[in-house]
Design a protein around this ligand. Sequence first.
Ligand SMILES: [Zn+2]
Length: 243
Amino acid sequence: MNLGALFRRIIINANQSSSYMKSRSLVYHDIHSNICYTNMSTSLDLFINHIRIIREMGFNIVSEITKEEGQIQLTFDDGFLGIYDNISVINELDVSVKLFIVTSFIGKASHLDKKQLVELSNNPLITIGSHTDSHRRLSSLHKDEVLNELIYSKEILESLLDITINDLCYPEGKFDKRVINIARDAGYVNQYSLIPGAFLIELFKNVRRRSLVQSSNKKDFRSILNGGDDILERWYMKKHFKS
Ligand SMILES: [Zn+2]
């Protein structure tokens, strides 16, 4: 475990219960049983334990958060294949999942192809958002490049899946004020960051918080649902937000 991860664990466990039952959006990258497509993937065992804990604590798992308290949203970044391989588990658990797709990754090794994505999108438990076209850091790009990333990926997903894409997830969580404005003008209703905290307390207009839980053991996971990572807002802002 690196120093950042260790620091994060200690803080998360020391700080819990500051904002009990606040609705939260959680970040995963993939789930796996046999084949693991990325080292950011969560084992099915751990994922099932997470779902159990969410429900034991009295939260509802929802596709879109509408209430300040009591709701949890599950998001998966990058469009890896494990979610497709294990869709029967998602169905059995009856949990809504939001997938953030990088359009240039569609059909690449370890990632969903067009047919699989269409199939998932037709599942009532699955919603889809954009994670840009190329997964480059938006805050490092020229304005026109940002606009292209956001408009192009939105158009590809909308024409392939015949839905409206309202959600954007920043690659590596990196963003700045310029990116927020360009995304808003491009028609994105929600912009998902990696800044932790209660979902409905917006960072900036339309900018949402999410908590990284893909490697959290049961204890850490409970702490995060209890608001244990809220205190890390500044730490993450320093890492992810270019002012
Ligand atoms: Zn990503």
